[in-house]
Design a protein around this ligand. Structure first.
Ligand SMILES: Cc1ncc(COP(=O)(O)O)c(C=O)c1O
Length: 375
């Protein structure tokens, strides 16, 4: 997948460094147009001129149910689906729905920043645990998780994990599930990147066992996979009726319905986007390998293999610069500042790099990084 690319004038990522010679590899969307089937479906609807209030229709629900069965072997029921305009509102609704003011919400860092802000907005106590980096890559300190979960009511799980790029293995998920069960937690599992798993098949946390499903809110969307983030369409899958009612109650009146065009795009993407997605995954695998090869050959930089999505988490602690994100921007590459992904300045010596751009731009960005690091 490589084509010339002209960013739209509204792109948040491309506006960030407008007027400067900085390649923006920040915000998690892609420089790839959505699948032709999506564009066609949207064009058809737009031609109708009808944009009144809409709600999900039977074939759309069937599409989600079929997708879960085909991709993850997960048999869900239509009633379990709660539609959302995005995953972030889902994280907030989960924090409001579970427990009460002052209760603990547990998550592992570094992590996508709303995992850190949503609990606080809901007046919960944020309990964070650093993931550990070892020879085997990024992973969990399960003993430390056990100790912290004791004080929590809710666990915000990022699976696959943004930004460290791990697609958690089933044995890791089982260890987390045992702790969740032991401490009687509700889990909100953000699985937005699950259809971009580069290394195998995704296992939703809720599929481990019916008892686990009963305490889990799973958040999903077509937005990362098919580059539809601007269309506002996502959903939660909540098998337990009481938990679902609490979640819906927390969202009501605050969280709007998904965008009608997002729903139309979602059905087309999941039904007809398979070949496009396969090609995308090949491109992302190749880009991930290239980033890893360049980064791990440079003095002062290192990273672990990306198992899912299009984000690389670069350890710049040995680089010897005050603020790596600023250093790379000055060298002509915009990356996300790691500080936003954890408490205080814990990750200020890391950056996140989005490699879902054209190969030409990616190679240029990597060359700029190489030059900056080798002086
Ligand atoms: C883990 C994770 N959750 C949620 C989101 C954003 O979700 P939404 O745009 O649907 O609110 C992102 C975007 O990068 C993400 O990485």
């Amino acid at each position: 997948m490589s084509f010339e690319y002209t960013p739209p004038q509204d792109s948040v990522r491309w506006r960030q460094y407008a007027g400067r010679d900085v390649i923006p590899l920040t915000v998690a969307d892609m420089d790839f147009p959505a699948p032709p089937a999506v564009v066609e479906a949207l064009a058809g609807r737009i031609a109708s001129g009808l944009f009144g209030y809409g709600e999900p229709w039977p074939s759309l629900l069937e599409t989600i149910i079929d997708h879960c069965a085909r991709e993850y072997g997960w048999l869900i029921e239509a009633d379990w689906i709660v539609w959302l305009p995005g995953l972030v509102p889902g994280l907030h609704a989960a924090c409001c729905a579970v427990g009460r003011e002052g209760d603990g919400v547990f998550t592992a860092t570094p992590v996508y920043p709303p995992f850190l802000s949503a609990p606080l907005k809901a007046r919960r106590r944020l309990l964070t645990l650093p993931l550990v980096r070892s020879e085997a890559g990024w992973g969990w300190d399960f003993a430390a998780a056990d100790a912290i979960m004791r004080s929590a009511r809710l666990f915000l799980l990022c699976h696959p994990h943004n930004p460290v790029g791990r697609a958690w293995r089933t044995d890791e998920l089982w260890q987390l599930a045992a702790l969740v069960d032991k401490h009687d937690l509700v889990v909100c599992s953000d699985e937005i990147h699950c259809d971009l798993t580069l290394t195998g098949r995704h296992t939703p946390f809720a599929t481990l066992a019916p008892e686990i499903a009963a305490r889990t809110i799973t958040l999903m969307a077509p937005s990362k996979t098919f580059n539809l983030a601007g269309l506002g369409c996502a959903w939660a899958i909540i098998p337990d009726a009481a938990l679902r009612r609490a979640f819906e109650g927390a969202a009501r009146g605050i969280v709007p319905q998904p965008n009608l065009l997002g729903l139309i795009a979602c059905e087309a993407a999941l039904r007809e986007g398979g070949a496009w997605r396969a090609q995308l995954l090949d491109t992302l695998r190749s880009h991930a390998a290239r980033v890893e090869q360049v980064v791990n050959a440079l003095p002062g930089l290192s990273m672990e293999r990306v198992e899912a999505s299009f984000l690389a988490w670069l350890d710049c602690r040995e680089l010897g610069v005050a603020r790596p994100a600023t250093f790379f921007a000055q060298a002509g590459v915009g990356v996300s500042d790691g500080a936003a992904f954890g408490p205080g300045e814990a990750y200020a010596q890391y950056v996140r790099l989005n490699f879902a751009t054209t190969r030409t731009l990616l190679d240029l960005a990597l060359e700029r990084i190489r030059k900056a690091c080798t002086g």
